[in-house]
Design a protein around this ligand. Structure first.
Ligand SMILES: NC(=O)C1=CN([C@@H]2O[C@H](COP(=O)(O)OP(=O)(O)OC[C@H]3O[C@@H](n4cnc5c(N)ncnc54)[C@H](OP(=O)(O)O)[C@@H]3O)[C@@H](O)[C@H]2O)C=CC1
Ligand SMILES: O=C(O)C1=N[C@H](C(=O)O)C[C@H](O)C1
Length: 256
């Protein structure tokens, strides 16, 4: 299969990212197989659910909502269609469904498809390996637009996971999110999360390591959602011919 014969479907084609994916698929020279919309309004290229669209695709790019995970995993596994998953806010059970689907089909999953965040996450892991948790407090601040429905963002959680991996600890038992009231002093090995929402901020993430004597800050700012859409299309093209498995953007960018 060549790029110009590759059929790409878009789940959530009328969403903020979905609308840009439509343009990026065409710009890449692939075939736009159609998209899902809960209100297709007689448009023949739009389908109310993914099971109707999947059989006419080689890969589906999915930026929708965590509520769709079970149905989308089942539709794609049944049709044998690859999955580029960008949806965030997944529960542990949702994540298990994705891992299960990846035994049958190739899946790229990333909380953030920008090359910059892929690098920041990698650096976060490396910094956490070097900077002792007893001396350097790790905190993550994320800012997004007022429409965002999940918090902390998938990217903030991925950066937190990278810090936890670098320190060799478990994220869920070290996560300190939503501080309020009499919190007591900061736990030395905590990984803190702070969330801001407002206006039309596309997505900003800052990881800080703060000691008694200094602070190191790693910031990523997305200026345009197109950076996510173009990264996801790159992942879709990369998936061509891959065996089943769960991949991420480090795989796509050849960083492993
Ligand atoms: N990994 C990454 O790089 C990025 C991930 N994201 C994530 O992608 C997701 C979408 O973001 P965004 O485009 O801003 O969101 P939008 O709300 O603009 O779009 C979401 C789309 O999903 C569809 N949708 C929502 N709920 C359901 C449902 N219950 N069943 C079926 N379809 C549904 C909507 O379809 P309809 O048109 O029918 O209403 C809509 O088109 C979020 O989880 C976000 O966090 C966002 C940016 C980058
Ligand atoms: O909902 C968004 O907009 C974004 N979601 C992703 C996340 O939760 O990390 C990626 C990006 O920050 C934009």
């Amino acid at each position: 299969m060549t790029t110009d014969t590759m059929r790409i479907g878009i789940a959530g084609i009328n969403g903020r990212v979905g609308r840009l994916l439509r343009e990026e698929v065409t710009a890449a020279g692939a075939i736009l197989a159609g998209g899902t919309s809960r209100d297709p309004q007689g448009d023949g290229a739009l389908f109310p659910t993914l099971d109707a669209l999947a059989p006419s695709c080689d890969v589906v790019i999915d930026f929708t909502h965590a509520a769709t995970i079970r149905a989308h995993a089942a539709a794609l596994a049944k049709a044998g269609v690859a999955w580029v998953l960008g949806t965030t806010g997944l529960s542990e059970a949702d994540q298990a469904i994705v891992a299960d689907a990846a035994r049958a089909i190739p899946v790229v999953q990333a909380a953030n498809y920008s090359p910059g965040v892929t690098l920041v996450t990698r650096l976060a892991r490396q910094m956490a390996e070097i900077l002792p948790a007893s001396a350097y407090d790790a905190e993550i601040l994320e800012m997004h637009h007022r429409q965002k429905v999940d918090a902390p963002s998938g990217t903030a959680l991925a950066i937190g996971q990278a810090v936890a991996d670098g320190r060799g600890i478990d994220l869920s038992s070290h996560m300190d999110s939503g501080r309020t009231g009499h919190t007591g002093p900061r736990r030395a090995d905590a990984i803190g999360f702070a969330v801001l929402r407002g206006g039309q901020i596309v997505g900003e993430h800052t990881l800080t390591f703060t000691s008694a004597g200094e602070q190191i800050a790693l910031t990523h700012r997305a200026f345009d959602r197109r950076v996510f859409a173009s990264g996801a299309v790159r992942a879709a093209l990369w998936l061509r011919g891959r065996p089943p498995g769960l991949y991420d953007m480090e795989d796509v960018l050849g960083l492993r």
